[in-house]
Design a protein around this ligand. Structure first.
Ligand code: NAD
Length: 353
C-alpha cells in the first residue's frame, strides 16, 4: 500500500515536532506494510516570507490530492502585527476550508502518571478518556450577515449563527460512529433553551440517534457541559457540539491533560484528506532549542494512521508506545524532565515493537 502525505511543518517549533513525529509515523506504517511518500510544503509565516501569502494555491492543491496532511503549527512574533493584511492563520483557515474538513476531533486522555501535571484534583481525573467533536465550518464564525452599522446613532455589530440540518447531521453522525467504537455514549451540547439553531441541532441529534440504537444519546446545555468537563470529566465519552461552543470546550478539555504538548487533533470531512496537528501553537519561546514535546504530534500521526490510512493497529502501537514512555517516567522539559525532542522520540521508537 502506497500513500501520499503532505507535511506542513510551519513555524516555530512546528518543524521540530513534525520532523520527529515523521520518524515514528514512518516506522509504524512500514511495520504495517504501508509505504509513505512525503511532500513538504510551506504554510503560515514561512510561506508569507517566501511567497507573500500564508498558503499558495499549489500547496492547497497538493494537500487536496494527498491521503493526509500533517501540520506542525503556524505563527509567531514576526508576523503578529494585527494590522497586517496577510497573517499566518489565514493559511490554517484556508486549508480547513479547502479540504472541507467539517469536524475537528480532539481526544483527551489523562495518563495516570501525569495526573499531578493537571490543575484538577487527582480523584476527578481517574478514567478520563473522552473525545470532543467540534463542528468546524459552520455557525457563528461563518454566518452571514456579519458586520457593523450605525443604528439610531449607535454603532451596532452583527454576527449570524446559522446551521442547516445537513451540516448538523454529518458531524453528529461522525460522533455516533466514534461512540460505536468506544463506550457507546454521545453527549450532544447545545443551548436549546434559548437558541433556535440549538433546537434544530437537538432535533437532528435525536434523528441521528435513531440510526444508532446501540449508542446512548444525552443532551446537555453548554453551560452545564462547561461545569461537567471539570467536575466529572470521566463520565463523558464522545461530546459533539457546534463551532463556537466547541472552540471554547476543547480548550477547557485540554487543561485536563496537564500539558498542551501532549494532545493531538484530527480534522475530518467526508472522504478526502484528513488534517492532523497537535493542539499547541508554534511556541516561539522555546523554538530552535530542540526541547519541544513531540508527543502531541506523534499522537496526531496515530490518528492519521487510524482515520486516513485505515491502519488502526499501527495507530494503537504508537499510542501504546507513548503510554509506555510516560509510565517509564520519561519527560520533556514542559513536564518537568530534561529529554530533548529527539531523545523523547528515540524512546518512543524503542518501545514501538
Ligand atoms: P503556544 O501553544 O505556542 O504556547 C503556549 C505555551 O505552551 C508556551 O509556553 C509554549 O512554550 C508551551 N508549549 C506549547 N507547545 C509545546 C510543546 N510541544 N512542548 C513544550 N512546550 C510547549 O501558544 P501561544 O504562545 O499562545 O502562541 C504562540 C504562537 O502560536 C502565536 O503566534 C499563535 O498565533 C500561534 N498558534 C498557532 C496555532 C496553530 O498553528 N494551530 C495554535 C495556537 C497558537
Amino acid at each position: 500500500m502506497e500513500k501520499n502525505i503532505v507535511l506542513l511543518p510551519g513555524d516555530g517549533i512546528g518543524p521540530e515536532v513534525v520532523g520527529q513525529a515523521v520518524r515514528v509515523l514512518e516506522a509504524a506504517a512500514s511495520a504495517a506494510g504501508a509505504s509513505l511518500n512525503f511532500t513538504e510544503r510551506l504554510l503560515g509565516g514561512c510561506s508569507i516570507d517566501r511567497f507573500g501569502t500564508a498558503m499558495t494555491d499549489e500547496t492547497l492543491a497538493d494537500c487536496q490530492k494527498a491521503d493526509a496532511v500533517l501540520l506542525g503549527a503556524v505563527g509567531g512574533p514576526k508576523w503578529d502585527d494585527p494590522q497586517a493584511k496577510v497573517r499566518p492563520e489565514q493559511g490554517l483557515l484556508g486549508l480547513r476550508k479547502g479540504l472541507s474538513v467539517f469536524a475537528n476531533l480532539r481526544p483527551v486522555r489523562v495518563h495516570p502518571a501525569l495526573v499531578s501535571a493537571s490543575p484538577l484534583k487527582p480523584e476527578r481525573l481517574a478514567g478520563v478518556d473522552l473525545i470532543v467533536v467540534r463542528e468546524l465550518t459552520g455557525g457563528l464564525y461563518f454566518g452571514q450577515p456579519k458586520g457593523r452599522q450605525m443604528v439610531d446613532g449607535h454603532e451596532q455589530a452583527v454576527d449570524t449563527l446559522v446551521y442547516t440540518d445537513e451540516e448538523i447531521r454529518r458531524v453528529v453522525r461522525l460522533a455516533f460512529r466514534f461512540a460505536q467504537q468506544r463506550r457507546k455514549k454521545v453527549t450532544s451540547v447545545d443551548k436549546a433553551n434559548v437558541l433556535e439553531s440549538s433546537r434544530l441541532w437537538r432535533k437532528v441529534a435525536v434523528e441521528v440517534a435513531a440510526e444508532f440504537p446501540d449508542v446512548a444519546l444525552e443532551h446537555m446545555l453548554v453551560d452545564t457541559a462547561s461545569m461537567r468537563l471539570v467536575s466529572s470529566p470521566a463520565a463523558i465519552d464522545v461530546l459533539v457540539t457546534e463551532n463556537m461552543f466547541g472552540d471554547i470546550l476543547t480548550d477547557e478539555a485540554s487543561v485536563l491533560a496537564g500539558s498542551m504538548g501532549m494532545l493531538p487533533s484530527a480534522s475530518l470531512g467526508e472522504g478526502g484528506a484528513g488534517l492532523y496537528e497537535p493542539i499547541h501553537g508554534s511556541a516561539p519561546d522555546i523554538a530552535g532549542k530542540g526541547i519541544a514535546n513531540p508527543l502531541g504530534t506523534i499522537l496526531s500521526t496515530a490518528l492519521l494512521l487510524r482515520y486516513s490510512l485505515n491502519l488502526p493497529e499501527a495507530a494503537a502501537r504508537i499510542e501504546a508506545a507513548v503510554d509506555r514512555v510516560i509510565s517509564d517516567g520519561l519527560r520533556t522539559v514542559d513536564l518537568g524532565g530534561s529529554l530533548s525532542s529527539k531523545q523523547m522520540t528515540d524512546e518512543v521508537l524503542a518501545r514501538l515493537n
